[in-house]
Design a binder for this molecule. Structure first.
Ligand SMILES: *Cc1c(COP(=O)(O)O)cnc(C)c1O
Length: 460
């Protein structure tokens, strides 16, 4: 038998400055999580050891980005840094026109106001919270056209972000293409667990929408992670660079909204990009109402500089290999302990299936919420509930009972080491071993909107 050699990846950077972490005792953590009403969103970060709440705005910037921050041109109009950002967006994503915004939802607000009329339908490959809300506020209705496999945590489909074109065709036949201003395509779909769309599927969608005069708008928050999965899984792309794959993805879309707080490696920022002059002109008019002048859009000059540099760094093959490699490493460690996960392991985090982890806790006693609290209590690792609490209530007041009852372990980019990942996996394993003693929760305070942020609980 031929010998095969396993070659490890490693982080393509070394450390120049460190941020000290505070370790806590179990007694301190018990007090902290009680004070926080068993909601990890309400924990002060000083009481957290390893923070896997989200990958949004939590990345570590490079020395080049910090140097860029010192070159902020804080002129009100025509800042140099805007032109650098514009150049990066042209060069790496290929879009013609750029309107900066303070973060992703700022771009979603502008886009929805410009393109959506009351009564319109906006098909998308699964919803995202802020995206859907802006569509609805503009009078539109979101329609889910993702493939069915995306709703099944055990399904191993390599591209669970793909669109089901039959679902789209039904909508076009029913409502007519004039009622569909655009199809919203997220790359590496967050709500499906960080799952990619294939280039073949996107190309088919592109051809279909050309025939009907429908735009494709790209929610490109995690486009680099999606490109990595295409390189690894889609036939014909193994030797193509991440830069070229990203450019190819963007070339099958007409415009984009971007939250640069994720893949683009900055702590704040975003933009709206388009290839259409009319949309650009309208966005330039609106941005001054909601964000700021069209050459800063709610960002400081230094933030635009850091973003321009972050875009380039995010498309480096070694960077993205290590980034997704770290997420997969954590997932594989957990699987060694038989911790039930959403499969395949996603690009930005590991999603633990709380239904199978805590089968004795009924969904209305909040198993994922309880599990996130127990993991914090065990080790100071902070995660987030993505289940019945996050799903909230219908307009008639009934609770949604979502299929997926998950705890998300989200990994910030370039922040933690492999040893941190070991600690996280071992903590999940320790909790697994005493899972029979874990009880559900009662909700004792429930906010009206987006309850998961501020709800409070007590142990049963
Ligand atoms: C985070 C996110 C947004 C919103 O961006 P913000 O910068 O948080 O306003 C939109 N779409 C997706 C897929 C996201 O993950």
């Amino acid at each position: 038998m031929a010998t095969t050699y396993h070659r490890s990846w490693a982080e393509p950077y070394k450390m120049k400055m460190v941020e000290l972490l505070r370790m806590t005792t179990r007694a301190q953590r018990l007090k902290a999580i009680r004070d926080a009403g068993f909601n990890t969103f309400l924990l002060p970060s000083k009481d957290v050891y390893i923070d896997l709440l989200t990958d949004s705005g939590t990345s570590a910037m490079s020395d080049r980005q910090w140097a860029g921050m010192m070159q902020g041109d804080e002129s009100y109009a025509g800042s140099q840094n805007f032109y650098h950002l514009e150049k990066a967006v042209h060069a790496y994503y290929g879009y013609k026109y750029l309107v900066p915004t303070h973060q992703g939802r700022g771009a979603e607000n502008l886009l929805s106001k410009i393109l959506i009329k009351p009564g319109d339908i906006i098909p998308g490959n699964m919803y995202f919270t802020t995206t859907r809300l802006h569509q609805e506020l503009a009078g539109g209705t979101f329609a889910d056209i993702i493939i069915d496999e995306a709703h099944d945590p055990q399904n191993e489909h390599p591209f669970k972000g793909n669109v089901d074109l039959n679902k789209l065709e039904k909508l076009v036949k029913k409502h007519g293409p004039e009622k569909i201003p655009y199809v919203c395509i997220a790359t590496n779909v967050n709500m499906a667990g960080g799952q990619p769309i294939s280039l073949a599927n996107l190309r088919e969608l592109w051809n279909y929408t050309r025939q009907h005069g429908i735009r494709i708008i790209h929610d490109m928050t995690r486009v680099a992670e999606n490109a990595y999965f295409i390189q690894q899984r889609e036939p014909g792309y193994a030797k193509m660079s991440i830069q070229r794959i990203v450019k190819a993805i963007c070339s099958y879309t007409d415009g984009a909204t971007m939250s640069a707080k994720k893949d683009a490696l900055v702590n704040i920022g975003g933009f709206l990009a388009t290839n259409e002059w009319e949309v650009y002109e309208e966005a330039r008019n609106l941005v001054v109402v909601y964000e700021g002048l069209h050459t800063y859009g709610g960002m400081a000059g230094r933030d635009m500089e850091a973003m321009a540099i972050g875009i380039e760094e995010s498309l480096n093959d070694n960077h993205i290999h290590a980034r997704v490699g770290q997420v997969e490493y954590l997932g594989h460690r957990m699987e060694e302990f038989d911790i039930p996960l959403v499969r395949p392991i996603g690009g930005h985090g590991v999603f633990v299936d709380a239904r199978r982890f805590l089968p004795h806790i009924p969904q209305d006693k909040f198993p994922a919420q309880a599990l996130a609290a127990e993991i914090y209590l065990d080790s100071g690792v902070r995660t987030m509930e993505r289940g019945i609490v996050s799903a909230g209530r219908k307009p008639n007041g009934e609770q949604y009972f979502p299929k997926l009852e998950l705890v998300r372990f989200t990994i910030p980019r370039r922040v933690y080491t492999q040893a941190h990942m070991d600690v996280v996996a071992e903590s999940a394993n320790a909790v697994l071993h005493r899972r029979n003693r874990i009880k559900g929760l009662n909700m004792v305070y429930e906010p009206k909107y987006l309850r998961f942020f501020q709800a409070r609980f007590e142990r049963l």
